[in-house]
Write a protein that binds this ligand. Structure first.
Ligand SMILES: Nc1ncnc2c1ncn2[C@@H]1O[C@H](COP(=O)(O)OP(=O)(O)OP(=O)(O)O)[C@@H](O)[C@H]1O
Ligand SMILES: [Mg+2]
Length: 217
């Protein structure tokens, strides 16, 4: 489903260049749950952002089902991303002045979905948030915020979910809960890639890969 070919990312800084990823080659099949592990600064976020069609590589190619995603024109790539890829962030990235339902429906604003509201409510019920639908993020626990973010990532029925330290701010119970929801998505045929320092995701992963200094170890 995904092929990363000689993927390299160099950030240019006043003090010199930082090579965040260095000729990474990787294939990921549909239905895998991959944990990307490695110390801080090893390139996990950079890798996820490039797979997410949000960060252009300095060189190399990201193939998504035989399409080179950075060959697409910007607006085409944006639609492709909204349709196929869900992203879950460590800090949730919910919009503070929208309630839970409205935050989830943001995903439907990009890909036109007349059934968005019905689907969003069904997802929120499945994630145990039906009693929180009208709450603003500030009135949610950390676990509830992350489950809202997962509902938003799932709304467009993506093929791939990318999650960057999705449990970094959660206690052990909420960590397992979030990982279990990602696993449910995987068991229904979805593909999951989780970047993490922690050991919890390895338990759920079908494969663990290690990054060190921008290279696959
Ligand atoms: N926008 C940027 N500009 C310059 N350098 C960057 C930028 N983003 C990341 N880097 C550098 O690239 C390297 C990889 O960073 P990245 O954020 O991918 O690591 P990470 O594995 O996600 O780390 P963490 O576990 O702390 O989140 C680091 O050396 C970092 O300082
Ligand atoms: Mg990171």
């Amino acid at each position: 489903m995904l092929v990363l070919e000689n993927l390299t990312k160099t950030y240019r800084m006043p003090a010199g260049e930082v090579r965040a990823l260095d000729h990474v080659n990787l294939e990921i099949g549909q239905g895998e749950f991959v944990a990307v592990c490695g110390p801080s600064g090893s390139g996990k976020t950079t890798l996820l952002m490039m797979v997410a069609a949000m960060l252009r590589p300095s060189s190399g190619t990201v193939w998504f089902e035989d399409r080179a995603i950075y060959d697409m024109a910007g607006p085409v790539r944006a639609r492709f991303r909204a349709k196929n890829i869900g992203f879950v962030f460590q800090m949730f990235h919910l919009v503070p002045y929208l309630n839970v339902l409205e935050n989830v429906l943001l995903a439907a604003a990009v890909v036109h979905r007349p059934d968005g509201k019905v689907q969003a409510r069904a997802l929120l019920q499945r994630l145990g948030l039906e009693h929180r639908i009208g709450h603003r993020p500030s009135a949610l626990s950390a676990g509830e915020k992350q489950r809202t973010a997962i509902a938003r990532a799932l709304l467009n029925r993506p093929k791939l979910i990318l999650a960057d330290e999705p449990t970094g701010n959660l206690d052990p119970d909420n960590t397992r809960c979030v990982l279990r929801h990602l696993q449910d998505f995987q068991k229904e045929g979805g593909t999951v890639i989780v970047a993490t320092h922690g050991p919890a995701a390895r338990e759920f992963a079908t494969r663990t890969i290690q990054l060190r200094d921008g290279r696959l170890a």
